[in-house]
Write a protein that binds this ligand. Structure first.
Ligand code: PRT
Ligand code: ZN
Length: 282
């Protein structure tokens, strides 16, 4: 029995979907032909599809699981289950208006023509805010619609904001924040395999957020230094060849990383080495 996963064939989620599987220790054969492939060292079969089709393939059970942006998942409104947020492909679906427009809140959208590739989400958003407007569905290059007179405003995906800027638009509302997620078919009978894969995905994610830190400290400062370090249980302390000094090993979280390094230096730590962690099994 193989677990069948649908991932994007090419585009913004492709590279990171494939690397995630690689980081999970799953080797894929012939990724180049990009229709279907399988792994020799994990019971996984991979289908490469347009991202828009992935929710349906998973709902229908043609694939057991899939990787897709939350934006697409919500728009397609398919009956699948989200099992994990993957932390890449981050963007937001926003309303943007011509820079010169005097925007005074959502009510300013009343009666406007809104160009978007996300009619379902935008419609729900407008309804929720009691605003009626005219939605024009466009499949690509939404940002040029106001410039060519096709629409008054747009609802489009944004990451850096430079596309909007270059097209004379300003972002005024965020409808939704999105990232890539792992979804699954609700009736899949391959939960054991999915559990195995999820265990690997979670340890890769955790490792990415964590660094391994090695440092030297004089023994009379050890107490202070150790108090700053969490470690998996508690830090490892080893004597250095030079008497009166110890080497301390521990792990640090990305969020607190720079603060801790400063505090460690202030507490007397020296020769601080920071090493990436490939996997973290708890
Ligand atoms: O061929 P297929 O249908 O599979 O791909 P696609 O063309 O529909 O999608 P693709 O590859 O462009 O994007 C896949 C997914 O990546 C999206 O569904 C989002 O979940 C996610 N993602 C993350 C983005 C962006 N960031 C993003 N910036 N998708 C699109 N954009 C576009 C946006 O539409 C706009 O044109 O990038 C432009 C804006 O970028 P900034 O940086 O200038 O703001
Ligand atoms: Zn698409």
């Amino acid at each position: 029995m193989k677990l069948r996963i649908a991932i994007q064939k090419s585009g913004r989620l492709y590279e990171e979907s494939v690397s995630l599987l690689k980081e999970c220790g799953i080797d894929l054969r012939n990724v180049k032909d990009r229709l279907r492939t399988e792994s020799d060292n994990f019971p996984l079969e991979v289908f490469f599809l347009r991202d828009d089709d992935i929710p349906q393939y998973v709902e229908d059970g043609v694939a057991d699981i899939g990787i897709v942006g939350q934006n697409v998942l919500l728009e397609k409104n398919r009956d699948v289950e989200t099992v994990e947020e993957l932390g890449f492909g981050k963007c937001r679906l926003s309303i943007a208006v011509p820079r010169a427009l005097n925007y005074e809140g959502i009510a300013s959208l009343r009666g406007k023509r809104i160009a978007t590739s996300y009619p379902f989400i935008v419609n729900a958003y407008l309804k929720q805010h009691n605003v009626s407007a005219d939605i024009h569905e466009i499949s690509g290059s939404v940002e040029i619609a106001p410039g060519i007179g096709l629409a008054d405003v747009v609802a489009d995906l944004v990451s850096s904001g430079s596309t909007l800027f270059m097209n004379g638009l300003k972002e005024v509302e965020t409808i939704l924040k999105s990232q890539a997620v792992l979804i699954k078919n609700k009736n899949s009978d391959k939960d054991d395999l999915l559990k195995k894969l999820l265990f690997r995905i979670r340890s890769v994610k955790k490792a990415k957020r964590t660094k391994y830190v090695l440092l030297n400290a004089p023994n009379d400062k050890l107490k202070e230094v150790i108090a700053l370090l969490p470690g998996m249980k508690s830090p490892t302390v080893l004597p250095l060849a030079e008497s009166g000094w110890s080497s301390v090993h521990s792990v640090l979280n990305e969020d607190e990383f720079w603060d801790k390094i400063e505090q460690l230096k202030a507490a007397g730590a020296q020769g601080i080495l920071v090493v990436p962690i490939e996997n973290m099994i708890l």
